[in-house]
Design a protein around this ligand. Sequence first.
Ligand code: HEC
Length: 207
Amino acid sequence: MNRMTVIVIGAFLTFLTSWVGLVAYPYLQLGRFMPATDEASGDVNPPPLSGLAVMGQHVYAASGCVYCHSQQVRQIGIGSDLARGWGARPTVARDYMRERPAFLGTMRTGPDLANIGARQSSAKWHHQHLYQPAVVTPGSIMPSYRYLYRMQKIQGQRSERALDLLPPNVPPPGYEVVPTYEAEALVAYLISLNRNYPLPEAPEPTE
Ligand code: HEC
């Protein structure tokens, strides 16, 4: 065998090994998840997202929320996520089977959001918080997402979608603040984040 053949075979084997390790094996292990049907309730888990929440996933991605928020509840022994109240059980691979991409995240400048919908299911709170986080959570360093809202003149009656903002964000008399479609979608997505449903491979820890 001359040297060129050895180099070509060596390069091929190097790429083949990494392809098996990074593509083929993970696909066999994780690529064929199906939703699980809970025998007691008949629910299909993980539940499908509404169309509005799927749109909200795109807003979440575009707004860079993943730079400060993770969506993964770690096992007992690896971290204190359960003790912090971030979920009833650790998250597992099947929890993310409907997500493209899954926002696992690597940074926790803010709290984990894997189950924010279970902790905070009020759309009103989320809008107040996104509009100016520090008003509802004093001292918050989360940036304001005010550009997802629109101030407009009240035409006749106040809009049903108008926000009841807290001072100092109350709009001047005759004006109202309404969420854009993106803000409505983002909040629908946040409220849908609840991974506390049962899965056979993820029982709730007993200790
Ligand atoms: C620069 C970092 C940063 C970014 C970017 C960021 N956040 Fe936050 N977030 C925080 C911090 C810090 C907190 C904790 C203080 C608070 O509640 O405001 C927080 C809290 C939250 C909470 C409340 C969590 C709880 O357990 O009460 C929600 C919901 C939230 N963020 C959603 C979002 C969404 C949605 C986006 C993107 C549109 C986003 N955050 C972007 C830093 C960030």
